[in-house]
Structure formats: C-alpha cells, structure tokens
Design a protein around this ligand. Sequence first.
Ligand code: FPP
Length: 249
Amino acid sequence: MFRFKKKEKLSVPLEVPKHIGIIMDGNGRWAKKRMQPRVFGHKAGMEALQEVTIAAKEMGVKALTVYAFSTENWTRPQQEVSFIMNLPVEFYDRFVPELHRNNVKIQMIGEVSRLPKETLEALEKAEALTHSNTGLILNFALNYGGRAELTQAVKQIAQEVLDAHLNPGDITEETIANYLYTSSLPKDLRDPDLIIRTSGELRLSNFLPWQAAYSELYFTDVMWPDFGEKALHDAIEEYSHRHRRFGGV
Ligand code: FPP
C-alpha cells in the first residue's frame, strides 16, 4: 500500500538581530480607545515590555534598548510625567525578579542623574541585582535624547583635547562611539541591528541617531501595549528577509 508522508510544517529560518531598539509608542492612544486615562496605557506598556523582553531572550536576542522616556517628554502634563517616573519602582517589585531568574541584565542610558531620586534608586537596584547576569541586556533609555548624547560626547572629547590627552587628528569613529552612552554595552552590541517603532509613526524621534546609521527599520501600526511575542516574531521574521549591505553591494 502506498502511504503519503505527511508534509512537515517547516518553521521559517530566522536570522535573529543581536540588538533591537524599540520606540514603544502608542500607549496614550491605546488607553484613549478604551476610554481610560493615558497613564493606563503606560501601565499596560510596562506589561508588554515584560512579555517582549522574555520573548526576545527566548528567540536569542542579546540586547534590547527601549525608549522609555525622552529628553522631550518632560513637557507632558506633570501628572503623566510623575506616573512614568514611578514605573521603574513598580517594575522593580513586580517584574525584575522574573527577569533576574531569566538571567536578564538591566542597564540604562541617558541623562539619568536628572531623574527623580526614587526612580534612579529603583533602576540602580535593578542594575546591581542583575549585574552578573550573562543573558539578554535590557537597556532602558531614560531621559535620553540622541542630540544630547552627541553634545555631551563632543564636550568630553573637546576637554580631552584641551587636556592634551587626545590629538584631534587621532579622533576616529570609534573614539566618538567610546564617548556615547552606549559605550556601556559590549562592543559588538552598541549599534542596534533592528529598530522597531510601534503605533504607525514613521520617524526616529532622536532615538540613537549615531548608532542607527545602519539599522534596519521596522514600523508597525500595532500600539505598544498590544505588541507581544507574536508581533516581535513578525518583526524578526521581516528582518531575517532583509539584506544588510552596510554600503557595500
Ligand atoms: C510613548 O507613548 C510612550 C512613552 C513616552 C512611555 C513608555 C514607557 C513604557 C512603555 C513603560 C516603560 C517601563 C519602565 C519600567 C520605565 P505615548 O504616550 O506617546 O502614546 P501616544 O503617542 O499614543 O500618545
């Protein structure tokens, strides 16, 4: 008797980006659609971040840099700013233990010294607790602005020149990269391979302008609180079909 072998469903080969940057946009609109205050969306956004971090780790991503608060976000209503500033405190209690069990290492970039004391303390506790972890790096961009990052790098480099520690002729792209906030990341993970922006907006909004020079960009209409494991998988799948040429052929 002839027997047909059941065709196996092939899983799509995934080339997983090592470092993903995420612009977590659309929290406010997501909440408004549900007739809730904007902060309800930020809370849901924090929950989405937990799911995405664990999913990214399971897919083999090495670093996630998430745009949690920009240098421009201070202009939002005071109540919303305070709510967002309290999220790391809640995040530490509710989510950091699970991330720690998953070997996730928490770091941050930005003008973090200007964050409220309790916010900074919660993040520093998370950094200290997960310091020796060797898995995915969850890198929070907080009070981050790309132009501010470049400005502080230029100031530091100018000072090095004034102090005669550096010769202007010796300044290379690597020198500049060494003065950016992302110098806190392992060398091969400083630049994101893929940047995801949710909520249908098509811009980078001062997020990692130097580091994004060769990043693949992925825009989706999904609002950040709805972005989960499946949406991350879709983004990575699309990435795996792109051909990165870095200016070559
Ligand atoms: C942008 O959406 C979102 C933010 C400015 C805040 C993002 C923060 C989180 C997702 C939580 C991060 C977690 C921690 C622990 C800090 P929006 O408010 O601009 O949305 P809209 O464009 O619909 O108004």
